[in-house]
Design a protein around this ligand. Structure first.
Ligand code: GLA
Length: 363
């Protein structure tokens, strides 16, 4: 693993960082112009910049211990370079002049665990580039450019959830986001509660293709209902007349929006937890994005005293679970659930509360 100074040829001229996100409620609603309630992760991705003297970009990921070269005429290939290249291109299109750079990346946001390490990388990269190029962007516009980088250069038709959470969120206050107006406001967590996040250890291998398929199904459901987006369905009973799978997909989106709005209304931890449990059931049964490992983990979490509710978080098909529990019990409960899950051959690990690590230790 190379240190920043070694790769950059001296102290970095610019450092920037951004968090990942854990979505507490509001899954697969963002691309249906609905509501979400994400929290930023305490883990962050850091990006450092220095000038490049040979007219090309040089990038290094300390997590992957991998470096690559790309430039105006050379594509970065698959992997983390696509995100960097995408950010540079969308920023140049927005009017910034991006010179050849050396880019050092390190991340405590776990890669591929469903906490949106990609949005953390995009937002941190854009922050660093804006600073370098003296091209100020407001945080919402920055989130929108990050989303464009992901859609156009990483090939995932994502919504705005991850990038808004990474650009606007903090790890203490969930953000209520309206994906239609792009309005947001922080709300408090329910009193005397804290959050547990556990990575199931199941990689989200087919996530991109299944994700794009679900998105298409929602669009088709809206078309069959004669509306532009599922946000516009005023009479929920119309959904019952749709053929499957559109009926179930639309039912999830409508019920999930209602759960987010109910939770944002200042409910206590028990009610918030019940909404999380209902969200998981809806994602499993109506939206069909759960996985046996996520069902097992959420069951183990719910069986613990002090846990109010648990659900999968992120796109699904693997990745992580989130639970709400009594304040002060998250570390102990998380460790217990992971031990029980792994006793049957699992590879789960607690992500939040963040385990103590050495300063230079990669994820
Ligand atoms: C992924 C996407 C988000 C959102 C979630 C599901 O994280 O990047 O835009 O759609 O899945 O809620």
């Amino acid at each position: 693993m190379m240190r920043p100074e070694a790769f950059l040829g001296g102290a970095p001229a610019v450092w920037a960082s951004a968090p990942g996100r854990v979505n507490l409620l509001g899954e697969h609603t963002d691309y249906n112009e609905g509501f979400m309630l994400p929290l930023a992760t305490p883990q962050r991705t850091e990006v450092a910049l220095a000038p490049s003297e040979d007219g090309r970009h040089h990038a290094y990921s300390s997590n992957l211990d991998h470096s690559l070269v790309f430039g105006p005429q050379t594509a970065p290939g698959p992997g983390f370079g696509r995100y960097l290249d995408g950010c540079m291109r969308v920023l140049a299109e927005a009017g910034a002049s991006v010179p050849p750079l050396r880019i050092y990346v390190r991340s405590r946001v776990p890669l591929g665990a469903g906490l949106s390490s990609s949005a953390a990388l995009e937002v941190a990269t854009l922050r660093a580039l804006c600073n370098w190029c003296q091209f100020p962007l407001d945080p919402l516009r920055l989130a929108q450019l990050a989303q464009q980088a992901e859609i156009r250069f990483a090939g995932v038709q994502c919504g705005i959830l991850d990038q808004m959470a990474a650009s606007l969120g903090d790890d203490q206050h969930p953000l209520l986001i309206d994906a239609r107006s792009l309005a947001w406001r922080p709300i408090p967590l329910p009193p005397a509660s804290s959050v547990i996040v556990i990575d199931s250890g199941v990689a989200r291998s087919l996530a991109a293709s299944h994700y794009n398929q679900r998105r298409g199904e929602c669009q088709q459901a809206a078309r069959l209902l004669g509306v532009d987006s599922l946000r516009d369905v005023a009479d929920a009973s119309l959904v019952d007349q749709l053929p499957e799978p559109y009926r179930s997909r639309a039912r999830h989106v409508l019920s999930e929006n209602a759960r987010v709005l109910a939770a944002a209304d200042g409910v206590d931890a028990a009610r918030f937890g019940a909404l999380m449990n209902a969200s998981h059931a809806s994602l499993r049964d109506d939206f069909a994005v759960s996985h046996p490992a996520l069902d097992a983990l959420t069951s183990l979490l719910r069986a613990e005293p002090g846990v109010y509710g648990a659900r999968l978080t992120g796109a699904g098909f693997g990745g992580a679970c989130v639970a709400l529990c009594a304040a002060g019990q998250a570390a102990r409960t998380g460790a217990q659930v992971v031990a029980a899950f792994n006793a049957n051959g699992g590879a789960a690990r607690v992500l939040i509360p963040e385990p103590q690590r050495g300063d230079d230790e990669p994820i």
